[in-house]
Design a protein around this ligand. Structure first.
Ligand code: NAD
Length: 287
């Protein structure tokens, strides 16, 4: 069977590559951290693990799930020197759409194809294979990726040409971050007025203020004090910054976005690299 490469076994990539292996896909996986590779191999006996990208020469498709465009560029450019003609690169990271376009030109020049196919849904939906996938690229290339991506997501929408998936993802995460901050602010203001925050979440969820944070994060990760959703504040700040730059580039009014962007950056700097994005609640409580 054809070999599928998977690069980046972090909070998302680990369960995603694991799902592919469990579905019978011939997976060759790599992460820069040796301990992560060993843990992946131990938990996924059907998959093979590579010590570097040189081993990816026989892969017809390679999925990347990496932190940001700097790291995606580095990994994909290395892959262009290794992969055979016609191989397809699927970047599922949340990356900068302008840089994705430039990268895909280099990928095409090397005789390969590329699509961007970032995801929404977080770690729990990565585990259950029910991610929302938004793809950018040639329709034929997106169709080529569909059977594989069907193991990872419950929806796959082609939103446009190369980079459009990454643009869509950044804009989605801007909307999501705005909802998260608004929810945190409302819960803290309500508490200080004397309303039980758990009751507030119930009322929000039966009212027009309902959003992904009120439904899936407020009680689970914020009010509980768990702060362990698996999506870092630094990654959310990266996504909102990409959305703000995108809006400026196309001269779209995003004044609320500028404010959300500033708050995300301040919170990420204040709480550190390891902070979960739901810790925005702590930042709003004690800015
Ligand atoms: P993560 O930091 O947990 O994982 C990234 C992994 O990449 C790590 O295991 C790291 O060791 C590895 N890595 C770094 N540099 C590498 C390199 N040069 N070669 C190979 N591996 C390398 O991040 P994550 O939460 O899994 O997120 C991955 C991507 O998915 C990000 O772009 C993020 O914005 C996006 N995303 C995350 C979530 C979430 O809930 N965590 C949801 C949707 C999208």
């Amino acid at each position: 069977m054809k070999q599928i490469g998977f690069v980046g076994l972090g909070m998302m990539g680990f369960p995603m590559a694991g799902r592919l292996a469990a579905a019978g896909v011939n997976v060759l996986a790599y992460d820069v951290v040796a301990e992560t590779r060993q843990r992946f191999a131990a938990e996924n006996k059907a998959a093979r693990v590579a010590a570097d990208l040189q081993a990816f020469g026989d892969c017809d498709v390679v999925v990347t799930m990496l932190p940001n465009s700097d790291i995606v560029d580095e990994a994909v450019l290395a892959l262009t020197k290794v992969l055979g003609q016609g191989a397809l690169v699927i970047d599922m990271s949340s990356a900068d759409p302008v840089r994705t376009r430039a990268l895909s030109a280099a990928v095409k020049a090397a005789g390969l194809a590329m699509i961007d196919a970032p995801v929404s849904g977080g770690v729990s939906r990565a585990r259950s294979g029910t991610l929302a996938i938004m793809a950018g690229g040639d329709a034929a290339d997106v169709d080529r990726a569909r059977p594989l991506l069907g193991h990872l997501g419950s929806t796959l929408t082609r939103v446009g040409d190369i980079g459009a998936g990454h643009a869509m993802k950044a804009l989605n995460n801007y909307v999501s971050a705005a909802g998260l901050i608004a929810t945190a602010e409302a819960l803290i203001a309500g508490q200080r007025f004397g309303i039980d925050p758990n009751i507030m979440v119930d009322v929000l969820n039966s009212s027009t203020g309902k959003n992904n944070t009120t439904e899936n994060k407020a009680k689970q990760f914020m009010l509980s004090g768990a702060f362990n959703s698996g999506f870092s504040l630094a990654l959310m700040a990266k996504d909102v910054a990409i959305a703000a730059v995108l809006a400026e580039a196309v001269q779209a009014d995003m004044r609320l976005g500028a404010h959300v962007n500033a708050l995300c950056t301040q919170a990420s700097n204040a709480l550190g690299k390891a902070a979960d994005h739901t810790e925005m609640y702590r930042f709003v409580e004690h800015p």
